[in-house]
Ligand binder design. Sequence first.
Ligand SMILES: O=P(O)(O)OC[C@H]1O[C@@H](O)[C@H](O)[C@@H](O)[C@@H]1O
Length: 250
Amino acid sequence: MSQFNSSIALSQFDAVLFDLDGVITATAKVHADCWKRIFDGFLKQRAEETDEPFQPFDIQNDYKLYVDGKMRYVGVQSFLESRGIQLAYGEPSAPPGYDTVCALGNFKDVFFNEVLQAKGIEVYEGSLALIRHLSDRGFKLAVVSSSHHCKAVLKVAGIEHFFAAVVDGNLVDELHLAGKPAPDAFLLGAKQLGVEPKRTIVFEDAISGVQAGHDGGFGLVVGVDRKGDPEALQKNGADIVVQDLSELLG
Ligand SMILES: O=P(O)(O)OC[C@H]1O[C@@H](O)[C@H](O)[C@@H](O)[C@@H]1O
């Protein structure tokens, strides 16, 4: 029997669904930094207008709990709600700005594109090694990400050929699916691969992502702890937690 590591038998599974940002590529940090930049600008302006103290966006807390893994505008809404701030939703076509949920999300996207252009994309070595290992052994692989940049990131990283299906933010929008923490995007990934959720492994670094994997009834949800908080992933649905995917190569 082929072993994943001492406790996971590969023969129990046919497929693997990977989140992108923070699991395959180091782009979770880029997203988090860009969100901080945009929310801090917004919160500073609001503090001046309302005479209330400026309480900055905290990546460790605010990003992790309210934004990480979620669809762009859902993340904005979720964070604003946590601060008791009401803002009109606006239109996805809105120019970047601070006046609506969509404008804030679009503003962040401007920064994200700039940083990506300037810094490029880092693929985690351990993730690439595991992807190669699974691909060589005939596993069906897919990427399931909330990001609209998912396909571009996979392409620039030169790894798109490993994946038989990609469910990204564009497809979630197009099909009007509920984004993570709802399991719909992962379930669509499994459907596109033609596999049973029970025989599929999910890899996720976000709280919203392990919740989605758990609620989708997947055979194994692996939490990838890039933020030094394995308990948060375990509490929200991860069956096991690793620091790096290379740990599963045994
Ligand atoms: O704005 P995008 O690129 O569509 O990304 C949406 C979300 O994608 C997720 O993968 C990230 O964890 C979030 O930080 C990000 O907000």
